[in-house]
Design a protein around this ligand. Structure first.
Ligand code: FAD
Length: 249
């Protein structure tokens, strides 16, 4: 199977439980994560009575404008990314602060029937796609053959799980960067904002940029007060990119 775009699933979001002895005078609709950040921010000045009569959206907009990014760190979102390549995740995991990652292991998981991600720049050009697919098929064939031969070579190892791991970890070196992978990414809102600013920009690699734009759409729907200042637009290269109004702090 060939992936032409990522598959993103939000799998966890904050659930805010308001302490009954410190109630906030909320205004406007908001998600649990947004309420949590507002609660944390208001605690700093004990402004639960909301003297400026701000909605959660306005309150958090002001937090972003003033660069009080640490308030945004309270809200974590976990997203399952599928249909992304190993080269994308190689770049993604460079984002350290505020992120947690768990990725499919090519040492344990059989990749004989792995899927692949077509690089965006190739999509739509039949000749390029066909040539690319031939290379992918060849790499996968070589992987399967190498696993079989290594299993034979190390037949004297009684622990089959260990033997398989030895075979797969060596044979995976033949698989291309385009091999599809799955990764669970948990990040707080501040960390997501930093990563999205860098990876949805026009200078970012096309696959991670496409993924970052899709993540912005998902997170804007989930928690607009954290992500509504990202503007998605069609760049000169005829691909979507995004820029943020309140730059990383
Ligand atoms: C377009 C593009 C091209 C790139 N090209 C390359 C490349 O060719 N080669 C390459 O190796 N990488 C490359 N990178 C990756 C880049 O160098 C960063 O590793 C990546 O963007 C993560 O950024 P970060 O370290 O700011 O993020 P995070 O690790 O998420 O950190 C966020 C912020 O926290 C602070 N912080 C985090 N850790 C520390 C620390 N240890 N000490 C002090 N402050 C810290 C910093 O302010 C940092 O900006 C590229 C990135 C982009 C977006």
């Amino acid at each position: 199977m060939l992936f032409l775009e990522p598959r993103l699933t939000l799998i966890a979001r904050p659930e805010f439980t308001e302490p009954s002895h410190l109630p906030v005078e909320w205004l406007g609709e908001a998600s649990g994560g947004e309420r949590l950040a507002e609660f944390a921010g208001r605690l700093c000045y004990m402004s639960q009575r909301n003297p400026a009569r701000r909605s959660t959206q306005d309150y958090l907009e002001n937090i972003k404008r003033q660069g009080h990014g640490s308030v945004l760190e309270h809200a974590n979102y976990s997203i399952l990314l599928e249909g992304v390549s190993r080269s994308l995740t190689h770049e993604l995991v460079r984002h350290r602060a505020g992120f947690a990652y768990s990725q499919l292991s090519q040492r344990y998981v059989d990749e004989s029937e792995a899927h692949f991600v077509v690089p965006p720049a190739i999509i739509g050009d039949e000749a390029l796609e066909a040539a690319w697919k031939r290379q992918i098929d060849e790499a996968q064939r070589a992987y399967v053959e190498t696993v079989d031969r290594l299993m034979e070579r190390y037949g004297w190892i009684a622990d089959k799980v260990h033997r398989r791991k030895m075979a797969r970890e060596a044979a995976r070196s033949l698989l291309p960067n385009a091999t599809e992978t799955k990764i669970v990414v948990t990040g707080n809102s501040r960390a997501w904002r930093t990563m999205l600013e860098l990876r949805a920009g026009e200078g970012a690699e096309l696959e991670i940029r496409r993924c970052a734009v899709a993540l912005i759409r998902l997170l804007q729907k989930e928690a607009p007060a954290f992500f509504s200042d990202f503007e998605i637009y069609d760049a000169e290269d005829r691909r979507e990119a995004a820029k943020v109004r309140f730059h990383k702090v």
